[in-house]
Design a protein around this ligand. Structure first.
Ligand SMILES: Nc1ncnc2c1ncn2[C@@H]1O[C@H](COP(=O)(O)OP(=O)(O)OP(=O)(O)O)[C@@H](O)[C@H]1O
Ligand SMILES: [Mg+2]
Length: 581
């Protein structure tokens, strides 16, 4: 569908505002168009030499002035209504769009998020939506105003004086040509402006997120230059838009005033020769004035519509993105607790644009309540394998079953609520400790929250803070140590008491004694659930029934600790390296 039409279709959700906006528009046009006619009539009524035998001659002057005054007030009131309903409508639509966009970004999968820059997304939510919003009062509510004023003025000009009206039209031809040229040019510039804006946002966001790295590498000036260059280009593009618009509009205005002078000269001669009354000439000049308004507005209209359509294109692109991870439509949506038997059957996965598979033909069967460990060098595919289980990605080959059911046939919410995943890259919300731990279950009791914190060995620390569980954590846990963040994220997962628990390198940043404590606590938790522990440190594996060693996406060794030692392979190598150290 055409982008502008699609934006228009959103306004239909608020029909009342749209209808009231249009009523005010028509009211404003009618009262506006009546004013010059009345004004001319009053002038002829006052002029004792006027030969114009109109109805105004017979009417009371005070009465005519009262009507003129009332028309002015009516026009003002209608203009107010037109502005109010147009703007209110635009804010209503932009709220819907912002909600939809946010909703969509929450629902889109990692195939989308992996390749989308956060800053760019923020720019879409804020700047592009504003571009669409600004199109609504101008392009949708006011465009009939422009249209009606334009044709209304022309028709009345033709009625007033056909010959003069033809001269007036010469100005329109030139304006029309300039407007068409402007639309083409603006479309190209606006697209660039929006892209630059997104780039600027992305830079800013990345810069602030990575401020520690920037400072550690003493790279502030490099970052400042990078930002300043993009900022400069953004400024230039914006100036270009305005410059281009100003040149076009000045030319249009120049043409207008030249035409007006021409008409005054020819019209003046007609009045002198008695072919036209002064009142008619004044009406005519006022209609010319009215005609200038829509012509000037065409510039704004074109600007708003080209900007609206470029912004709309960027927004609808996201809204139209279909998630690759589909939630099965006919799956049971009532929450149930899984038993936790997991089977990976010939599972392979290759990331889009990746040269090789990150997981290769993995066959792995984990019984209910079994605890297994996965190790292997960095980049060997451990995290990818467990993320396939959570359906962050779908295998390109093979299938994964939980309790005998293909996970593609399980409702996503139910699947993910049954799996507690302590992510390798911990993320902490800018919230209190309490809210961070109860993130997955906001209604959890304080006792449960404290219990989870105790198991994760973070309770004592939280209790030592002045506000205890209500203490606020800075953005992404800036006021916490790496180990504290990890323990907090373990507590968050444990609170949900999931039948399947995945710990992805979750004790890598804690000291040896805390790690032992956490391990002990987790060991207690292991009973009654299926646990997958990913770790580089092999001393964490004593509790595991089985150990899988991954190498370049494949499980190359599998079995108990003793079995793997006997195999004399990668596992034994790592083990010996770690124990001799
Ligand atoms: N989102 C992604 N897009 C493209 N490639 C990815 C993505 N995530 C991981 N990879 C690639 O897939 C491979 C496996 O990555 P994975 O994160 O599973 O390794 P890992 O075994 O967990 O490593 P580590 O021990 O360092 O955590 C790597 O080569 C990595 O570059
Ligand atoms: Mg990993």
């Amino acid at each position: 569908m055409n982008i502008l039409l699609r934006i228009t279709s959103y306004t239909l959700k608020f029909k009342l505002y749209l209808i009231l906006g249009y009523i005010c528009t028509v009211g404003a046009v009618i009262s506006y168009l009546l004013i010059p006619e009345l004004l001319g009539g009053i002038v002829d009524r006052i002029d004792p030499n006027s030969t114009n035998e109109s109805i105004y001659k017979s009417l009371n002057l005070t009465f005519l002035l009262i009507i003129l005054f009332s028309l002015g007030c009516t026009r003002g009131a209608f203009s107010y209504g037109q502005n109010y309903f147009g703007e209110a409508l635009s804010f209503k639509v932009s709220k819907v769009l912002r909600d939809q966009l946010y909703d969509k970004t929450q629902k889109l999968d990692f195939y989308f998020h992996d390749k989308t820059h956060t800053g760019e997304m923020m720019s879409k939510v804020i700047v592009d939506i504003e571009g669409i919003r600004m199109f609504i009062p101008m392009g949708i509510v006011r465009s009939p105003y422009v249209f009606l004023m334009f044709f209304g003025s022309i028709i009345l000009l033709l009625i007033k004086n056909f010959e003069l009206a033809i001269y007036a039209c010469s100005f329109l031809v030139l304006s029309g040509f300039l407007a068409a040229r402007m639309r083409l040019k603006l479309r190209q510039i606006w697209l660039k402006v929006q892209e630059k804006n997104a780039e600027l946002n992305a830079l800013l966001q990345e810069n602030l997120n990575g401020i520690k790295v920037v400072k550690a590498f003493y790279a502030e000036s490099h970052q400042i230059n990078k930002f300043s260059n993009t900022n400069e280009e953004f400024k230039e593009l914006n100036i270009n838009v305005e410059n281009f618009r100003a040149i076009t509009m000045t030319t249009v205005l120049f043409a207008y005033w030249a035409t007006l002078a021409l008409i005054l000269a020819i019209g003046g001669l007609k009045v002198i020769n008695g072919e036209m009354s002064i009142g008619d000439l004044i009406s005519f000049m006022f209609y010319m004035q009215l005609l200038a308004m829509p012509v000037r507005m065409i510039g704004w209209l074109l600007n708003a519509s080209t900007r609206g359509s470029t912004c709309g294109k960027r927004i609808f692109e996201v809204l139209d993105t279909k998630p690759q991870i589909a939630n099965p439509s006919n799956a049971n949506t009532n929450f149930y607790k899984m038993k936790g038997e997991i089977i990976f059957k010939n599972v392979s996965h290759q990331f889009p644009d990746a040269k090789s598979e990150s997981v290769k033909d993995v066959n792995l069967s984990i019984k209910k309540n079994q605890s297994i460990s996965i190790t292997g060098e960095a980049g060997s595919g451990k995290s990818t394998l467990v993320q396939l289980l959570l359906r962050f990605y779908d295998p390109s080959n093979g299938a994964i079953y939980i309790d005998g059911k293909n996970i593609k046939d399980i409702n996503l919410g139910i699947l993910r609520k049954n799996i507690g995943y302590v992510h390798q890259d911990v993320f902490i919300f800018n919230e209190t400790f309490k809210n961070n731990i109860s993130y997955g279950d906001p209604d959890a009791s304080m006792d449960k929250i404290i219990e989870a914190a105790q198991i994760a060995q973070i309770h004592e620390y939280i209790n030592s803070l002045p506000d205890k569980y209500n203490s606020l954590i800075s953005e992404n846990g800036a006021n916490l140590s790496g180990g504290q963040k990890q323990r907090l994220s373990i507590a968050r997962t444990l609170l949900l008491d999931p039948p399947i628990l995945i710990l992805d390198d979750s004790t890598s940043s804690v000291d040896a004694s805390t790690e032992k404590d956490i391990q002990k606590a987790i060991n207690k938790l292991i009973s009654g659930r299926t646990v997958i522990t990913i770790a580089h440190k092999l001393n964490n594996f004593q509790q595991s029934n089985n150990i899988a060693v991954m190498n370049k996406g494949e499980i190359t060794e599998y079995g108990s600790h003793d079995h793997l030692i006997n195999l004399n392979g990668i596992y034994k190598n790592i083990y010996e390296l770690q124990t001799t150290n």
